[in-house]
Ligand binder design. Structure first.
Ligand SMILES: C[S@@+](CC[C@H](N)C(=O)[O-])C[C@H]1O[C@@H](n2cnc3c(N)ncnc32)[C@H](O)[C@@H]1O
Length: 210
């Protein structure tokens, strides 16, 4: 099930300005390998969100080979810090080369291992936390990440509408994880939750009362 009709997605994508050649190369790599990345529409929106919130410290759970982190790095100044996590060391190597090529390597740290464990081991709070790990882990990620937002901070989950699988009777652990994180966020009196229905949907969480 498409969240946005393909014709509208094409229309929106064609309006985007020219992207950095490294981003384009990564998009090609993702296409060739069937690797899921956020793509340019979500990337554009996330980088705008980082700017709007004045984010200085960003945590990414599930960085893949660095595509989504580059969208953050592109708009943040040299005083910003982005911490990437991924389970695959090959992804880290590829990402670090790409960060160097774009000239943003000094502001990005990339840790390899279990993202939630690495997050627990990283001290401090964050202006923006972006979660794109395996979907069955989303509820645990919500419980771990929401309390670690700085004042005015924002927690974002990718694939929060999950191609509508939850409406099609899919009982897989990943689909249940997406359903549960949506219920958790919208049912949490401390959380102001909303969906942004671009690509596969984003769940956006901020603390109420700020
Ligand atoms: C959807 S991809 C991330 C894509 C990336 N955010 C982007 O848009 O460029 C998910 C990545 O998270 C990693 N991953 C999934 N669950 C993880 C976990 N629990 N710990 C660490 N990495 C994980 C996978 O290896 C994969 O590289």
């Amino acid at each position: 099930m498409h969240i946005v009709t393909p014709a509208i997605t094409s229309y929106m994508t064609e309006l985007l300005p020219q992207r950095h050649p490294v981003l384009l190369r990564m998009e090609e790599r993702a296409r060739e390998n069937g690797f899921p990345i956020i793509g340019p529409l979500v990337g554009t929106w996330l980088s705008q969100l980082a700017r709007l919130t004045g984010a200085r410290r960003i945590m990414e759970l599930g960085s893949g080979f660095g595509y989504s982190a580059l969208w953050f790095a592109d708009v943040l100044g040299s005083d910003a810090e982005i911490i990437c996590t991924d389970g695959d060391a090959d992804n880290r190597r590829y990402a670090e080369d790409a960060f160097s090529e774009v000239g943003v390597r000094p502001r990005i740290t990339f840790h390899t291992g279990d993202a939630l464990r690495l997050f627990a081991d990283t001290p401090g709070d964050f202006d923006l936390i972006f979660c794109d790990i395996d979907k069955h882990e989303y509820p645990d990620a919500y419980r771990a990440a929401f309390p670690r937002l700085r004042a005015g901070g924002v927690l974002v989950f990718d694939n929060a509408l999950w191609s509508g699988r939850m409406l099609e009777g899919d009982e897989s652990a990943d689909t249940r994880g997406v359903e549960e994180v949506n219920r958790l966020a919208f049912g949490d009196a401390a959380c102001h939750a909303s969906h942004v229905p671009i690509r596969d949907g984003l769940l956006v969480c901020t603390a109420r009362g700020e």
